[in-house]
Design a protein around this ligand. Structure first.
Ligand code: ASP
Length: 326
């Protein structure tokens, strides 16, 4: 069912190149005069991808820079207290601390990242500044906080009453058995392609709820939670970060696309790599989302229930990914 639905929606969205056949000369002339039908485009994970895509589209749809679009997009769930897996309102670690991971990558292969960052509502913007203002790729913990404060970010309490209540409830048993399913895997990862074919990506999360203090997942790790190669495409991940890191998932998906695999197939092959290695795959969820340079997109997850939002300028729609376990 999900396959069929995904297929139909992909067809509606025109994720594959369709249209009249043009001669080489005509095609060249046409490509110079108007952007391909599937560009610009923005895609992102989970249903909070819908409002995130809207914010990104305001920039992307008016010819803005694709990097600005992905940053603006993921800032929406970062600031939304009802999203309990990203930014403000994110569920804390087992010590009651909200610790955030984020990374960003532009069309030139530049990247920036922060991990184990506390008290800052928009880690994605700090990650971008790491990319633009330092010689480094990644800052963590107190160093990342110090850098953020020095650059004008405000220190804030990110633990909402709702998240604190959920944490106190968890403390009653305090068992750390990450139940990996669709409810607790809600990192926002976003990929976008502008009208001239430039790609960027962003990824931001509060990570696994009730994790050990100091735990960092895949989301801020370039190549694991996110990877963009402007020659090929971009990929991003959501789900159990440890499983994604072990196969350097997003980089793997991009390399599989480089070898000629369409985005959905590349995501499926990366999921199959996890399944081959993790005997306990039935107990965990990982989803990959990918977008290639031609504006074709695809996704695949271990468990069913992973969905993603696609905005092509006409519509902003939530789509179910195909999965290994049906
Ligand atoms: N990948 C994130 C992490 O492991 C969490 C998620 O996407 O659910 O930190």
């Amino acid at each position: 069912m999900a396959n069929r639905r995904t297929f139909i929606l992909q067809s509606l969205f025109g994720s594959v190149s369709v249209g009249k056949l043009l001669t080489g000369k005509e095609a060249h002339a046409e490509s110079l005069t108007k952007p391909a039908a599937n560009k610009p485009l923005v895609i992102s994970t989970w249903n909070h991808g819908l409002p995130a895509n809207e914010a990104a589209w305001k920039i992307l749809g008016t010819g803005g820079r694709v990097l600005d679009a992905v940053e603006a997009g993921v800032k929406v769930p970062e600031a939304d207290p009802s999203v309990t897996s990203v930014g403000y309102g994110g569920f804390p670690d087992r010590d009651g601390k909200v610790t955030l991971d984020a990374c960003i990558m532009d069309e030139q292969g530049n990247c920036g990242s922060v991990a184990f960052l506390q008290h800052i509502m928009h880690p994605i913007s700090v990650a971008r500044l790491v990319m633009e203002k330092t010689l480094h790729v990644m800052l963590v913990g107190d160093g990342a906080l110090q850098f953020a404060l020095a650059n004008g970010f405000k220190k804030q309490n990110l633990l909402t009453p709702q998240a604190e209540k959920a944490w106190k409830e968890w403390l009653k048993t305090a068992q750390y058995k990450p139940v990996i399913n669709i409810e607790n895997h809600d990192t926002i990862s976003m990929l976008a392609l502008d009208a001239s074919g430039n790609l960027s990506g962003a990824c931001t999360t509060s990570g696994a709820a009730w994790k050990m203090h100091g735990r960092v997942g895949d989301s801020p790790i370039i190549g694991a939670g996110l990877y963009v190669d402007n020659e090929v495409g971009g990929a991003c991940a959501t789900g159990l970060g440890e499983a994604v890191i072990k196969i350097v998932g997003s980089h793997l998906v991009v390399e599989l696309m480089r070898q000629g695999n369409p985005p959905a197939k590349a995501c499926q092959m990366a999921v199959e790599r996890i399944i081959k290695r993790q005997k306990d795959y039935k107990d965990l969820q990982v989803g990959f989302l990918a977008l290639n340079k031609q504006g074709e997109w695809g996704a695949y997850s271990i468990q069913s229930g992973f969905n993603f939002a696609v905005h092509n300028g006409q519509e902003n729609k939530l789509i179910d990914a195909s999965s290994f376990v049906k």
